[in-house]
Design a protein around this ligand. Structure first.
Ligand SMILES: *Cc1c(COP(=O)(O)O)cnc(C)c1O
Length: 448
């Protein structure tokens, strides 16, 4: 049976869109740091008959019959996660990172409790207490910040923890390019009786591959998505550490109950199978090499950008991610850089920078990363070439200005989008990108 043959016959519209998306992924440089390309093995597990099953509850304690194989799969995923991250308890059922973080918040805190997390515009995640997230509405959220140099302000974290006595402190971020000081956070949390929760969504693959310090000895609970550097399907895991169990022997049970029945119904068993496959892949020696290469690529790219006159937040990176500060060109220009790069076939996202002078909607930076390019097999030489392309594309926003008024802003973005289409240098970069992508085939041999 031809894979996708049925879809092509049954629903040509959906089939065509998927096919177009496959081409888009193949023909561009995917540099959004939270994205990656899973193995075909992961895709096959996710595209399996497991999507048919209901299995509310946990292995051996389900509310539905027929779960003997589902139990095997969930136990396999759990045991692989436990040995990869060296933790005594794992829940693999959260639908994604955001519900995992809300489940942890509800397990550890009561509504109205004080929590601390990194401020959103400083690189923190919505679910660490931002005002528009449920976590900011249900809890009394006290944000901490990064210093002007881009590093976490540990003096502020310590002072706020002392003064506000949070029930829980988050360490982890969605836009932070340096190692997290887990040990310092643990000291602060322990001194003030707070739970320390490490959210390693972005760096889980680097932790698994041994190129970023693990938070397991320092945090009580660790959450992670499975689809970023860990290179699995869209999903999440919550891990309870020995330290967490020592603080509260019922912690594992509380976390499990918060996920189901607290927040969710039936787990997505096809995703659980994909997670099991990804965890097996991440435990292989090749994955250590992959993680090492991600960071080496990221550092090489940061150096190349700096050498070409682009300002990089903190002056470099320790992980898979780079934050570009566009304020030397003007404030609020992230969207223009994103548009110019997208036209060239380089996918990145606009992002706030430390001390953001504009707003989260019209931020002054862009965020990019190397996990997906590294999966394609690209190395330092390609990073230097890409660094030049990105710098050249960014130079094309010179002279742009973000207007103050909303309608004017939209008009200005529309005008830029139309103009950049015919830009000769952007066209050249686009063809360079295509030839580079041709040398690093994605899902080789797989045709739709
Ligand atoms: C991506 C991310 C999440 C949320 O994951 P979703 O699967 O998008 O809900 C949570 N925390 C951090 C730090 C992240 O980077």
């Amino acid at each position: 049976m031809e894979w996708f043959g049925e879809l092509k016959k049954d629903d040509p519209d959906t089939y065509e869109y998927i096919k177009e998306e496959l081409s888009r992924q193949r023909d561009g440089l995917e540099m959004i740091p939270s994205e990656n390309f899973t193995s075909m093995a992961v895709i096959q597990a996710c595209g399996s008959v497991l999507t048919n099953k209901y299995s509310e509850g946990y292995a051996g304690r389900r509310y539905y019959g027929g779960n003997e194989y589902i139990d095997d799969i969930e136990r396999l995923a759990i045991s692989r996660a436990k040995s990869l991250f060296k933790v005594p308890h794992v829940n693999v059922q959260p639908y994604s990172g955001s519900p995992a973080n809300l489940a942890v918040s509800l397990a550890l805190c009561r509504v109205g409790d004080t929590i601390m997390g990194m401020n959103l515009t400083d690189g923190g995640h919505l679910t660490h207490g931002w005002k528009t997230s449920a976590t900011g509405q249900l809890f009394n959220s006290v944000p901490y910040h990064v210093k002007a140099d881009g590093y976490i302000d540990l003096v502020e974290v310590a002072a706020l923890a002392e003064e506000r006595r949070p029930r829980m402190i988050w360490v982890g971020a969605t836009a932070y390019t340096r190692e997290f000081p887990f040990e310092e956070f643990a000291k602060i949390a322990d001194k003030n009786g707070a739970y320390l929760v490490a959210d390693i969504s972005h760096i889980a693959g680097l932790v698994a591959g041994g190129v970023h310090k693990s938070p397991v000895d320092y945090a009580h609970v660790v959450t992670t998505t499975t689809h970023k550097t860990l290179r699995g399907p869209r999903g999440a895991m919550i891990m309870v550490t020995e330290k967490g169990l020592a603080k509260d022997p019922e912690l594992a049970d509380k976390i499990d109950k918060a996920v189901f029945p607290g927040m969710q119904g039936g787990p997505h068993d096809h995703t659980t199978a994909g997670i099991a496959v990804a965890l097996m892949e991440a435990s292989r020696p090749e994955f250590k090499e992959y993680a090492r290469q991600i960071v080496s690529n990221s550092r090489t790219l940061a150096d190349a950008l700096a050498a070409n006159g682009i300002k990089v937040v903190t002056g470099g990176t320790d992980n898979h991610m780079i934050l570009i500060d566009l304020t030397p060109f003007g404030n609020g220009l992230g969207i223009f850089a994103q548009e110019a790069l997208e036209r060239a076939g380089i996918t990145v996202n606009k992002n706030t920078i430390p001390g953001e002078p504009s707003s989260p909607f019209y931020p002054s930076g862009i965020r990019l990363g190397t996990p997906a390019l590294t999966t394609r097999g690209m190395k330092e030489g390609e990073m230097r070439r890409i660094g030049r392309m990105i710098s050249d594309a960014i130079m094309e926003i010179k002279g742009m200005r973000m207007p103050e008024e909303k309608e004017e802003r939209l008009a200005s973005i529309r005008e830029f989008r139309a103009r950049i289409k015919d830009n000769a240098r952007i066209k050249e970069i686009r063809s360079d990108v295509l030839s580079l992508c041709g040398s690093f085939p994605l899902y080789q041999g797989f045709e739709m």
